[in-house]
Write a protein that binds this ligand. Structure first.
Ligand code: SF4
Length: 67
């Protein structure tokens, strides 16, 4: 699901695949730095293209500006 979710955020140059890692930026989950692969998913799925940001696939992902 994440690979097709608008809340998924990946590295600027990453190719979005089921194995790609990125951050979940869904607003209700913004209290944690959740790292997910493209083949992860949850009930907050919203169809759309992922956003991109440096550090999104870090362990843990880089925090968003308002974290
Ligand atoms: S964990 Fe859920 S909300 Fe977050 S990117 Fe994946 S499908 Fe979307």
């Amino acid at each position: 699901m994440c690979v097709d979710c608008r809340w998924w955020q990946i590295e600027p140059q990453a190719i979005a695949t089921h194995q790609t890692t990125g951050a979940c930026r869904e607003p209700d989950m913004s209290v944690v730095l959740l790292r997910v692969t493209g083949n992860s998913g949850c009930g907050k799925f919203a169809s759309g293209a992922p956003s991109r940001s440096e550090g999104a696939s870090g362990k843990p992902p880089a925090p968003p500006p308002n974290f």
